[in-house]
Design a protein around this ligand. Structure first.
Ligand code: SF4
Length: 232
């Protein structure tokens, strides 16, 4: 199963704050010490990252109202993938991770230095998000070279695609052990700083679609203009 060479991960202190669920503009005005904590966590956390990317491209055989039927007897079940991928010719199923070391270091500091622990957690979140964005940009550029477009990246957990539906089907398609990722009975992944997603490739897609449109947090989320996972 193909592995994609991982790009260098470049993230800023602001992205670390976003990874902690904090608004960088507010933090800069009110709590400069959190900026310093984010910078320290970046210096310590970046060398701990072990980014890995696994993917599989599959042709679409049939589109049903709530299911995409793929080659090799695979399926993606759910209203969201069926709607967003209905004009795709093929899909790419992707799994990326930054490994377990950053999460372990964050846990190491949980009691002795909770601020640093949280900032390290933010490094892991920002890093895996940056990695998934880079992967999507890679496949978008590759598609463009063939005159094709890509859809927004879809992940289980968005509205219309439950984790219970999406994760087992994605993990049936991908040999996640190749990059050391495991699906837990809860639907979460280990390492926790991992992202599973699917993009469609084709000629005509809804260019107005945005991930935020399908995110359950959108009504109270202050980050929609400055932070949309994996772009769009
Ligand atoms: S609404 Fe958009 S920016 Fe906010 S959490 Fe969801 S995807 Fe991210």
């Amino acid at each position: 199963m193909p592995l994609l060479p991982a790009p260098a991960i470049e993230i800023t202190a602001d992205q670390v704050l976003l990874g902690q669920g904090a608004n960088p503009n507010v933090i800069r005005a009110r709590s400069p010490r959190l900026i310093t904590a984010a910078e320290h966590a970046l210096a310590e956390g970046l060398p701990l990252l072990t980014p890995r990317i696994l993917y599989q491209q599959l042709n679409i055989q049939k589109i049903q109202p709530e299911q995409i039927v793929l080659e090799n007897n695979h399926t993606l079940s759910g209203r969201l993938p069926a709607q967003q991928l209905r004009h795709a010719q093929s899909i790419i199923v992707i799994l990326c991770t930054v490994g377990e070391a950053i999460e372990k270091r964050s846990l190491h500091y949980l009691e002795s230095n909770p601020l640093h622990s949280l900032a390290l957690y933010g490094v892991g979140s920002a890093a895996v998000e940056a990695l998934s964005t880079a992967v999507c940009q890679h496949f978008s550029a590759q598609a463009a070279r063939h005159g094709l477009l890509t859809t927004i990246p879809l992940s289980p957990g968005l509205e219309g695609w439950s984790i219970e539906q999406g994760q087992p089907e994605i993990f049936r398609i991908l040999d996640a052990a190749q990059i050391g990722v495991e699906l837990l009975p809860s639907g979460l992944m280990r390492p926790i700083k991992s992202i599973s997603l699917v993009i469609g490739i084709g000629q005509h897609f809804d260019s107005a679609a945005r991930i935020c449109h399908f995110c359950a947090k959108r009504f109270g989320c202050a980050f929609q203009k400055q932070h949309a996972p994996t772009d769009r």
